[in-house]
Design a protein around this ligand. Structure first.
Ligand SMILES: Cc1cc2nc3c(=O)[nH]c(=O)nc-3n(C[C@H](O)[C@H](O)[C@H](O)COP(=O)(O)OP(=O)(O)OC[C@H]3O[C@@H](n4cnc5c(N)ncnc54)[C@H](O)[C@@H]3O)c2cc1C
Length: 303
């Protein structure tokens, strides 16, 4: 495949790491999925600009991932290129008293720590959400009454022409697990700028500890998963509906509706994507039949 050698040459020019035939299982928190042809770990905007132009001009399939905590990869893998925003693109800068500027591959966990160390409040809700800041903005990740919409000021992305574009919060169309980026998959987020508020270190820390404890108490964190399997349906909770339908603990292979939190499907060891998707369908059908609610899958499928 010529695209592999040509892309590798572009990446070498910028010192970006590339990996051939990588198992995506190791790049997702669900720990399922086959291989991709080429994985590129982005390390600078210029490399991304050239890579994207190449991919689009040559009609090569590509997908973007951060920490893979909200994706499910097909057992057959992905016949194309995976662009990874990870530790090679994860700088966090304290710009002023209340502004943090993050490269999109920065781990949300790290961003929360930098905010805390600098007495900046607002991101406490995100403590314990796995993933990168780029993935969090794409998903408008949220928890315990907070969401990315509350803290983002502006972002920068690279479009399909390889141009670097700035977008302000008001133009991001942020809503429950939705953003302009989730509607336009050729907008690759490279920078997320957060506006926080000054607060007392101990108060911030207390809130973070409290929210993390809630997660530990309620969520099956000792098993691989992609977090909540279904979006919250209007006016109800997926976990409540699933439990009410008697589906807690239901399994297909090693995929199981968690006994600890019915909103999570977990991988008990050797689950496949097929097991998970069969279980997802069983849950969706039963919940629809018994309650009328249609549960929508939250993680993105990569196939
Ligand atoms: C145990 C557990 C608990 C969780 N709890 C929560 C929670 O409380 N609240 C919540 O909202 N979510 C939760 N999640 C889901 C997940 O952690 C978040 O959605 C997270 O923000 C995803 O970030 P990521 O970097 O892992 O993205 P990925 O899973 O890698 O990608 C998710 C989507 O974002 C896109 N994307 C990623 N980076 C970029 C980028 N730079 N530019 C453009 N597109 C990009 C990908 O293409 C993909 O479509 C949980 C997951 C787990 C496993």
């Amino acid at each position: 495949m010529t695209y592999i050698s040509e892309l590798t040459a572009i990446c070498n020019k910028y010192g970006c790491c590339t990996f051939l035939n990588v198992s995506l299982k190791n790049y997702t928190t669900f720990k399922v999925g086959g291989n991709c042809k080429l994985l590129i770990s982005i390390n600078c905007v210029e490399a991304l600009q050239e890579v994207i132009k190449y991919l689009v001009d040559n009609k090569v399939n590509f997908e973007v991932i951060g920490k893979g905590s909200n994706i499910i990869v097909s057992d057959n893998g992905f016949d194309g290129v995976i662009i990874l925003f990870g530790k090679d693109f994860s700088e966090i800068k304290v710009v002023s008293d209340n502004i943090l500027e993050c490269q999109s591959g920065a781990a949300l966990k790290k961003v929360c720590c930098v905010a805390l160390e600098n007495n900046m409040s607002g991101l406490e809700f995100a403590w314990g959400i796995p993933g990168t800041i780029g993935g969090a903005l794409y998903m408008n990740a949220g928890a315990y009454g907070g969401e990315m919409k509350d803290v983002v000021l502006y972002a920068e992305y690279v479009n399909e022409k390889g141009e670097l574009v700035r977008v302000d919060k008001k133009d991001m169309d942020l809503a429950y697990r939705h953003s302009i980026f989730s509607d336009n998959r050729n907008m690759l987020i490279v920078k997320v700028v957060l506006q926080l508020v000054k607060n007392d270190y101990n108060k911030i820390k207390l809130k973070m500890d409290e929210l993390l404890q809630k997660r530990i108490d309620k969520q099956p964190l000792n098993f691989p998963s992609a977090g909540s399997t279904f979006k919250r349906p209007e006016g109800n909770y997926a976990s409540y509906l699933i439990e009410k339908c008697g589906l807690k603990g239901l399994s297909v292979g090693d995929a199981q509706v968690s006994e600890k939190h019915s909103g999570f499907i977990i991988n008990k060891g050797n689950a496949t994507c097929e097991d998970i998707m069969k279980l997802v369908s069983l849950v969706q059908e039963k919940v629809k039949d018994d309650t009328g609610y249609e549960l929508e899958l939250e993680p993105r499928i990569i196939k």
